[in-house]
Design a protein around this ligand. Structure first.
Ligand SMILES: Cc1cc2nc3c(=O)[nH]c(=O)nc-3n(C[C@H](O)[C@H](O)[C@H](O)COP(=O)(O)O)c2cc1C
Length: 200
């Protein structure tokens, strides 16, 4: 288990984050810091004020999402390449798979090669069954809505940390499931590469 850092506060106003947010598809190979990774994951699906609630709203507070991070070789000083699962309650990461999977991830995203240039990519997946148990088929809608909240938090957090990102929805579900090692009941909804912008 890798314990993450407590998030630190950014200094930009909320409005300036909104002005700066954009989908960026050019990343340079610079590393990101352990603090930046910790902040990004907290924003995406962290537990606020010691729980049980999180940084995003959730219908019935059922929290059907799981968050994974693909970390490349030499992407962070403190963490080796691999796929990790974010554990919100303990604010930690658990290793799922070792190795640099960014190229496979980019191929799974229908060959969107820029994804493999970002030091990390965060994957947001949902367990629809957890929501359907209470809400029937409407639970699918609620899960997808919740992933939008998480993704927007992630993108704005990236901007506040001086990073850029791009929300990716075009991918083969099966290829992502295989690459990341998701279980049968986890459906990938977003792949979000994050890193430093390569200025053109
Ligand atoms: C659900 C969703 C799926 C998307 N999928 C992709 C994608 O697969 N590849 C990509 O490059 N951009 C993708 N985007 C980003 C959009 O292209 C982008 O948001 C849009 O062009 C507006 O630009 P902006 O985000 O810079 O404001 C996606 C955005 C959303 C909301």
């Amino acid at each position: 288990m890798i314990k993450l850092k407590d998030p630190i506060h950014g200094e930009d106003s909320f409005e300036s984050l909104l002005y700066k947010r954009k989908s960026s598809r050019s990343f340079n190979p610079s590393k990101i810091s352990f603090q930046q990774l910790s902040n990004l994951l907290f924003a995406t699906y962290g537990v606020r004020n010691n729980g049980p609630y999180k940084t995003v709203p959730s219908a019935g507070a059922l929290y059907p999402l799981s968050i994974y991070v693909v970390i490349g070789k030499e992407s962070l000083n403190e963490i080796k390449a691999g796929v990790y699962r974010y554990m919100p309650v303990t604010n930690s990461l658990e290793l799922v798979k070792e190795g640099d999977l960014r190229r496979i991830l980019a191929i799974s995203c229908l060959g969107q090669a820029f994804i493999s240039k970002a030091p990390i990519a965060i994957i947001i997946s949902a367990n629809f069954e957890r929501m359907k148990y209470k809400y029937g088929n409407r639970g699918i809608r609620y899960s997808i809505m919740e992933s939008g909240h998480a993704c927007q938090n992630l993108e704005l957090a990236a901007i506040s940390l001086g990073l850029v990102s791009c929300p990716i929805g075009a991918f083969s579900d099966n290829d992502i499931i295989k690459a990341i090692g998701l279980s049968d009941y986890e459906i990938p909804l977003y792949v979000v590469p994050v890193g430093h912008e390569e200025k053109e």
